[in-house]
Design a protein. Structure first.
Length: 305
């Protein structure tokens, strides 16, 4: 049984699964529950699963995709994102299997709103019930239930689902998620990778929807000591740039947004004044958005599917 270990991109973002480096017609490292198969969809390699009735094992076992993780730090990074395409609008449930007690750390739901199109779903693991059970180690299997784990799953036997680009999204310093650091602990020169952004999204747990606001700039500011002298974010993907909270806490800090340029003072809005500038999520500047993926354009996310 293949083990899909997490890898790190050039920006040190944790990629849990990406079809591009998998072989067509293999299981892609997923457990054999719903006939996982790596296929091509409009030139993009992704995972296809087909929900099955119960041919054996525990109830509804074959109505989900299960990805072995190895050791992935779900506690120190804020969000998990994935792309999914299915023929119905429905909640998608993700579960973490926790090592050592045979149980689940917690479950998170997100609404898949566009049928027969690729949707980007966001799951929050830094807040909500049982978040204390999510650890930096021991989260061994990720389960993805396109129709949750109730009767809806069995009612949709035969449905084909496509999944791709499963990632942990968040701000990182020295290869660790920002939540691993104590407040006021980052001093001197601090080099940031991963992603830095802010916004809102709806996520749910225990049957209730929650409007989650996130602000990676404020979170980073909390971890910086007032004496921090330099903040290098040139290797991080960024959107809705707003450095005001960091400049207020660390008045003398130098913010490096590109390797060749440093900014010790910013416009009053605290945002970059560049226009029509395209970056990949790994923070690399791009001439265009011709290839499939998620880009940062003028400080905002834009997806090419």
């Amino acid at each position: 049984m293949a083990m899909a270990m997490a890898t790190m991109t050039a920006s040190a973002q944790v990629v849990l699964w990406d079809g591009e480096d998998k072989d067509i017609n293999t299981d892609g490292g997923f457990w054999n529950r719903a006939d996982p198969t790596v296929v091509e969809d409009n030139g993009n390699k992704c995972l296809k699963i087909t929900l099955k009735d119960n041919p054996g094992g525990w109830d509804k076992e074959h109505c989900n995709a299960a990805l072995p993780l190895g050791d992935v730090d779900f506690k120190a990074l804020r969000r998990m994102t994935l792309r999914i395409k299915m023929s119905a609008n429905h909640n998608v449930l993700v579960k973490l299997v926790k090592d050592g007690d045979g149980g689940y750390a917690t479950g998170r739901w997100f609404w898949c709103g566009e049928a027969d199109q690729w949707n980007i779903l966001t799951f929050e693991f830094a807040a909500g019930p049982d978040s204390e059970r999510i650890t930096d180690t021991g989260n061994t299997v990720l389960e993805i239930w396109p129709f949750e784990d109730g009767n809806d799953a069995l009612n949709n036997v035969g449905q084909t689902i496509y999944i791709d680009d499963i990632k942990m999204e968040g701000t990182m310093v020295d290869g660790k998620g920002i939540l691993a650091y104590a407040d006021n602990s980052l001093t001197g020169e601090v080099v940031v990778t991963g992603v830095i952004g802010k916004g809102n999204y709806q996520c749910t747990w225990n049957g209730d929807w929650h409007s989650e606001a996130y602000n990676d700039y404020a979170l980073l500011a909390a971890k910086l000591a007032p004496t921090a002298t330099k903040l290098n974010v040139s290797g991080a993907a960024r959107w809705d740039e707003d450095w005001d909270v960091i400049k207020a806490k660390c008045p003398g800090i130098e913010v490096v947004v590109e390797e060749a340029s440093a900014i010790s003072t910013l416009p009053s809005s605290g945002r970059s004044q560049e226009s029509n500038v395209v970056y990949s999520l790994s923070g690399q500047r791009r001439a265009n958005m011709h290839s499939k993926g998620i880009y940062i354009v003028n400080g905002r996310k834009s997806a090419v599917r």
